[in-house]
Design a protein around this ligand. Structure first.
Ligand SMILES: [Fe+2]
Length: 229
């Protein structure tokens, strides 16, 4: 399903649009911690960023899961596999810049819609509240950041996009999310928000054990009408 800019803007009326879905954070944290959390991505691994897959390509847990990192990096590594886990040498930086400046077609890239297999972490009782969302989920993860875990400013998709994204956190007091440099306030713990990932955004954790819900999904109109206030 491809969503036009007009349709996208009909739903993304602000950076974070609250949905009816709210996860019980205490219950969720008790249940999720039995599943494996892996290091996020293959670069900047000095930062404490971990992830547990809810939906990936295999439905299983494995350390080299393609879902566990930025997809722009994954696409870069498909072309330049020898830079995997490598430091930022001059030629590495140069190739990365050249790759990021290219006019990519979403159809040619590995993207969120290619991840459709649920892991058993998706079945925990505290996630029963999103039961009606589950058939529509694409690549989805639980992020766990400790102090200074962060994402630098970036975008995740562009018009026309093939998916929407939900975001939420268990600890809005322990982290900051900014769009175009401006901090979001009044974030409710456990609430899932429709997140505008076409607008440049960045985030950082200022404490340990900040969990974030990172859920891509097929923008089915019936589902959206049911989920948005
Ligand atoms: Fe993002």
């Amino acid at each position: 399903m491809i969503v036009t800019k007009e349709k996208y803007e009909e739903y993304h009326t602000k950076n974070l649009v609250p949905t009816k879905w709210k996860i019980d954070c205490k219950y969720f944290e008790e249940q999720i911690h039995v599943f494996p959390f892996y290091q996020w991505g293959d670069t900047h691994t000095e930062f404490p960023r971990f992830a547990c897959p809810l939906v990936n390509k295999t439905g299983t847990f494995h350390w080299d899961d393609q879902a566990l990192g930025p997809l722009d990096r994954l696409n870069f590594l498909k072309e330049y596999p020898h830079y995997h886990n490598q430091v930022w040498s001059d030629d590495h930086v140069e190739k990365w810049r050249e790759f990021m400046e290219r006019d990519h077609k979403m159809e040619d890239l590995i993207n969120e819609t290619h991840f459709t297999k649920k892991t058993i972490a998706c079945n925990i009782k505290s996630l029963d509240v999103i039961e009606e969302l589950k058939p529509y989920m694409y690549r989805s993860l639980i992020l766990k950041w400790d102090f200074l875990g962060h994402f630098k400013e970036h975008i995740d998709t562009w018009h026309p996009t093939h998916w929407f994204r939900l975001w939420g956190t268990t600890n809005p007091d322990g982290m900051v999310l900014r769009y175009n440099g401006k901090e979001e306030t009044d974030i409710e713990p456990g609430r899932l928000y429709l997140h505008d990932s076409i607008t440049p955004h960045e985030a950082v954790a200022y404490t340990d054990n900040v969990h974030q819900f990172f859920i891509a999904f097929e923008p089915n109109e019936q589902l959206l009408h049911s989920a948005l206030y």
